[in-house]
Design a protein around this ligand. Structure first.
Ligand code: COA
Ligand code: AMP
Length: 636
């Protein structure tokens, strides 16, 4: 079968296409229908069916005689350890954790927040929730207490599962004090917490609220999988939007497992038993889909890597993991490869390892620059596949489906729309633009199974954020174009979201944190192009009248404030004090123009600008921070 045939077969009969994909799943009640449109534009998939995600990811492999096969490989250069877990062991561990949670009253529909580093227990925590039908919400470990508190308040978990610490190169991240202060900050108080004590830094437990993970699970009675309706939420994953309030992306169970299972063979081209490694974090959507659920569903050993592409111990770390575990497919963000390339431009380190097992490298999370792709191709001599998706979709909207047919790679393009996605490039009136012309990228509704059904307890925000701009379509927030061959190109965001090392951040959230500084009257944050991380946030601060304190001190305090309120992951290190911000006459800050100045790109002075001389002041301030790295200039 060719890609075109598969895509056309979906176009011709989406219902039959997804019911066929659903045959990959074990159901306790089989779906009679795939799509339910009664509540459109909020669509539901496999609503009449009943299923359990944990059964499909874990138990069924054991039932089918595969209990002895490897499910998880934990490779942790930061602790100097490596361990494997079989499907039988995983089933027992997950069933006991679920049993312990059930004994404490956790039932289907309850929320459970997970705040953990890259250890197997983080995956087990997700699966234990899935076993009970509890809805997990994982919070990335690089977020600070306040961000954790915002999420606790919003999803109101019955309990929090956490670890005592995370380990970053050169420092231990004490999760427990962060968790304690988040719970103190939050209005909603979880009933209890379960803390996995790591020997590197055990935490002090609060006797009235905290349980030691080991004791909690050791004494527990294992529990069976609880079947849930197909549209039952599997998880909530918060992601950055335009405002400081993160959006709780809601993922219904059945669509999630049907679509993910389908992708493993068709997009990633792996067969059961082949090792799959998504070098990301369980706190991001890539971790949910491709460290946890998809590989386990399809019977692919999944690598949980607790380390970095460089510095743990060197830029050969990825090659060592591939060679030690016979990895067949690696999925990571381009920034990881840029970091490796920077330290080993000549590609000496890959030569030291046996990389014969690696069939394909997949990149996503940010634009894959052609330089990085071609460097990776030269070093690895395998297909390097860029693919495009987002937290909301849970799996690729556009990819090169190597399991169906490897299409010619065009550097700079994540290739073609996947079945389920009718992608269109639209102008501001919602009309399709010509091939090759830039526009907003939207997907015609309904989105396929596995995508978000709505935002947690915020249907109105869901409609307003994604469905209102182009009626009948989902707005991706990305701009780009489609070429004559139907290849899609993703060029920029259409909103105030920036992408730092593959991590999605809201400039609005950073601005909210900065405006909490007592001397800051007004501020703006933009994402400036960076060779390693793709973008870096840069702040502009207007101080209160009469502030006489040193600007350097205020900037340093602001950097500290963002780290404390958002977390180190924001990588916010640069800000300049300015007198005024460039605005339109209606008061909208011209972040786009500021970004162009910072990047040394040509820009047009917007006709709506209140006072064009402010742009010169912004240019001067950027100059003090070393921007632009290359020269551009004004057009008018
Ligand atoms: N818990 C606590 N802190 C964390 C963390 C975690 N899970 N993950 C990152 N951080 C901290 C880091 O320690 C760093 O803190 P610092 O300012 O004290 O140095 C900060 O957050 C920024 O981290 P990171 O983005 O990892 O940048 P880096 O400069 O340490 O490393 C790269 C640069 C390119 C090696 C790194 O960004 C990387 O591996 N990127 C791959 C991206 C990726 O996998 N994205 C997922 C989407 S697919
Ligand atoms: P996240 O939700 O954190 O996964 O971020 C999703 C956003 O990252 C997308 O909307 C894009 O802006 C960007 N992105 C992800 N993958 C790609 C890609 N392959 N090419 C270009 N941008 C990408």
């Amino acid at each position: 079968m060719k890609y075109r045939d598969v895509y056309d077969s979906w176009r011709a009969n989406p219902e039959a296409f997804w019911l066929r994909a659903a045959e990959l799943i074990d159901w306790t009640r089989k779906p009679k229908r795939a799509l339910f449109a009664g509540n459109a534009p909020i669509y539901e998939w496999f609503k009449d069916a009943e299923v359990n995600a944990c059964w499909n990811a874990v138990d069924r492999h054991v039932e089918q005689g595969g209990g002895g096969r490897t499910a998880i490989i934990h490779d942790s250069p930061v602790t100097g350890t490596c361990a494997s877990i079989t499907y039988s062991e995983l089933r027992d561990r997950v069933a006991r954790l679920a049993g312990a949670l059930a004994a404490k009253g956790v039932v289907a529909g309850d929320r459970v927040v997970i705040y953990m580093p890259m250890i197997p227990e983080a995956i087990e925590a997700c699966l234990a929730c899935a076993r009970l039908g509890a809805i997990h919400s994982v919070v990335f470990g690089g977020f600070a207490a306040k961000e954790l508190a915002v999420r606790i308040n919003h999803c109101e978990p019955k309990c929090v599962l956490a670890a005592s610490c995370g380990i970053e190169p050169g420092r231990q991240v004490e999760y427990k004090p962060l968790l304690d202060s988040a719970i103190e900050l939050a209005d909603h108080k979880p009933d209890f917490c379960v803390i996995f004590q790591r020997e590197q830094l055990p935490a002090e437990l609060n006797a009235s609220r905290d349980h030691d993970w080991g004791e909690f699970t050791d004494s527990a009675t294992p529990t069976e999988c609880v079947p849930v309706p197909g549209d039952h939420p599997a998880y909530i994953l918060y992601t950055s939007g335009t405002t400081g309030q993160p959006k709780g992306v809601l993922r219904p169970t059945a669509g999630h497992i049907v679509a993910l299972h389908w992708t493993m063979k068709n997009i990633y081209g792996v067969d059961p038993g082949e090792v799959f490694w998504a070098a990301s974090d369980i706190g991001w959507v890539v971790g949910h889909s491709y460290i946890c659920y998809a590989p386990l569903l399809a019977g692919n050993p999944t690598v949980i890597y607790e380390g970095k592409p460089v510095g743990t111990p060197d830029a050969g770390a990825f090659w060592r993991v591939i060679s030690d575990h016979r990895v067949a497919a690696l999925f990571t963000a381009p920034t990881a490869f840029r970091a490796i390339k920077r330290e080993d431009p000549g590609g000496e380190l890959p030569k030291k390892y046996d990389l014969a097992s690696l069939k394909t490298l997949f990149l996503a999370g940010e634009r894959a620059d052609p330089d990085t792709i071609s460097w990776a191709e030269t070093q690895l001599r395998i297909p390097v596949i860029d693919h495009w998706w987002q937290t909301e979709t849970g799996w690729a909207m556009a990819a090169n489906p190597v399991g169906i047919e490897k299409l010619p790679v065009k550097p700079g393009s994540p290739t073609v729309p996947m079945p389920g996605y009718n992608l269109k490039v639209l102008d501001e009136n919602g009309n399709e633009v010509k091939r090759g012309e830039l526009g907003s990228i939207a997907a015609q509704l309904p989105l396929p199974p596995g995508t978000l059904s709505s935002l947690w307890r915020a249907d109105d925000r869901f409609r307003e954020s994604y469905l209102s701009e182009f009626p009948g379509h989902y707005s991706t927030g990305d701009a780009g174009f489609m070429d004559e061959d139907g290849y899609i190109y993703i060029m920029a965001r259409t909103d105030d979201v920036i992408n730092v090392a593959g991590h999605r951040l809201s400039t609005g959230a950073l601005e909210e944190a900065l405006s909490n500084h007592g001397d800051v009257a007004e501020c703006a944050v933009i994402g400036v192009g960076d060779e390693l991380k793709g973008q870096l946030p840069v702040g502009f601060l207007c101080l209160n009248a009469g502030t006489s304190r040193s600007h350097c001190e205020i900037v340093a305090e602001c950097v500290g404030l963002v780290r404390q309120e958002i977390g180190p992951v924001a990588a916010f290190k640069q800000a300049a004090v300015v007198d005024r911000l460039p605005k339109t006459r209606s008061g909208k800050i011209l972040r786009g123009t500021m970004t162009k100045i910072a990047n040394g790109e040509k820009y047009t002075v917007p006709p709506t600008i209140d006072d064009p001389t402010v742009l010169e002041e912004i240019g001067t301030a950027l100059g003090t921070l070393g921007y632009p790295k290359s020269k551009g200039g004004t057009e008018s």
